[in-house]
Ligand binder design. Structure first.
Ligand SMILES: [Zn+2]
Length: 394
């Protein structure tokens, strides 16, 4: 048993504790609270925080860092990404391992990782990170959705099972996956977290409303437009609701263009909305209404998205952007988004996401300046890897 004492302990499930103590027994948290008596390892002027949860990444795109310039239109940005990716198969592995190290060094312990190839499974096995691996399916005119899903389930069954890596099928987005494939994926992943890009661009809303616009143009240019596709003539959340996807297992990523009605429906279902504001700016998706997200009552998680649309995988950088865009949201709620809410959405809340007895001791010591009064607010100011140490590492 080790007892760590720090200037601040931030349990997430209760207010920060000045001069608090966290007891760790092997890999598990044994106790947390105020200092009473007895021997401690005094860490000095640091804050002890649970490792962060990056609820949306695409590690296999890490080699595209800086290669797909920012754009004013999200479909045009996606076309540019596809053009860059087309010339390089498979996605080079070294940048995946580098990105995992970078995420770990900046304080992340759990990922909601979207993968087209499962190429990230091996590198994650060799890392300290836990993850849900969403094996992403794309298919707007797929003739046999059930066969596609069965093939992916077969790939997943062939993986070496690892308790802290949980693969499952997931759809890319409503403009790239047909209704029948969306239903087939939902059936195959029932009871597990299900991630989808949703309400990301204004063009997506237009496409679902009347079947026109830049996404339609891109599908046609790619030769995958499906003339049998029925225009849903509604918003993205209502469309998924009709298909049975709006449940507590849903992780709707982005939601930049959600209406209040979209947000209420997600809140009512207990679904989670994951915001990635730095990526939204880069891809031209727009500015996420983060104040409105929090006011709606929906669970909010936070992600960086891939290195194709963000400078780094430091989730503390994303928190600083959330704070910049939403100065009125309480710091405690933003920190909860980056830890417990993400862990819950990914099905890991029983073991990760907060400093509570019985949970895994994935604990960070973040260096603090001398005069920190509001440690939660300080943690939203942009923490760099040099100020972070994992407590299980020397
Ligand atoms: Zn994404």
């Amino acid at each position: 048993m080790v007892r760590y004492r720090a200037a601040w302990v931030v349990p997430i499930v209760s207010p920060p504790i000045a001069g608090g103590v966290v007891s760790v027994d092997r890999d598990l948290i044994a106790a947390v609270g105020a200092y009473d008596a007895g021997p401690v390892e005094d860490l000095g002027r640091v804050g002890i925080l649970h490792g962060l949860v990056n609820a949306h990444t695409h590690l296999e795109l890490s080699w595209m860092r800086g290669r797909v310039p920012p754009c004013a239109s999200m479909p045009a940005w996606a076309a540019s990404l596809m053009a860059v990716r087309r010339g390089v198969t498979p996605d080079p592995p070294e940048p995946i391992a580098d990105a995992i190290r970078e995420a770990r060094a900046s304080g992340t312990c759990l990922l909601g990782e979207v993968t087209n190839t499962l190429a990230t499974y091996g590198p994650l096995m060799d890392s300290e990170l836990s993850a849900v691996l969403f094996r992403e399916l794309i298919g707007f005119s797929a003739p046999d959705p059930e066969a596609l899903v069965a093939a992916v389930s077969g790939q997943i069954a062939d993986l070496t099972p690892i308790a802290w890596l949980r693969p499952s099928p997931a759809p890319h987005a409503p403009y790239s996956v047909s209704a029948s494939l969306l239903r087939a994926i939902a059936r195959a992943s029932a009871g597990k977290p299900l991630s989808i890009h949703l309400g990301e661009s204004a063009q997506e809303v237009q496409f679902l409303r009347d079947g026109t616009g830049e996404w339609r143009g891109l599908l046609e240019a790619l030769g995958v437009w499906n003339p049998g596709w029925e225009v849903p003539a509604c918003g993205p959340v209502e469309y998924l609701d009709r298909l049975g996807l709006i449940t507590r297992d849903l992780i709707a990523v982005h939601g930049v263009h959600f209406t209040d009605a979209d947000l209420s429906r997600l809140a009512e279902a207990g679904a989670t909305l994951v915001t990635c504001p730095r990526s939204n700016r880069w891809t031209g998706a727009g500015r996420p209404p983060i104040d409105r997200f929090y006011a709606s009552g929906v669970r909010i998680g936070i992600g960086t998205d891939s290195l194709a649309s963000v400078d780094d995988l430091n989730l503390f950088g994303e928190l600083a952007e959330v704070r910049r865009l939403a100065p009125g949201v309480p710091a405690a709620r933003i920190l909860e988004s980056a830890t417990l809410v993400g862990a819950r959405a990914l099905g890991f809340a029983g073991e990760l996401g907060s400093i509570e007895p019985g949970k895994r001791a994935q604990l960070l010591a973040v260096r603090l300046p001398a005069d920190v009064r509001d440690v939660e607010e300080y943690l939203l100011g942009g923490i760099e890897p040099g100020d972070i140490r994992w407590l299980d590492e020397p």
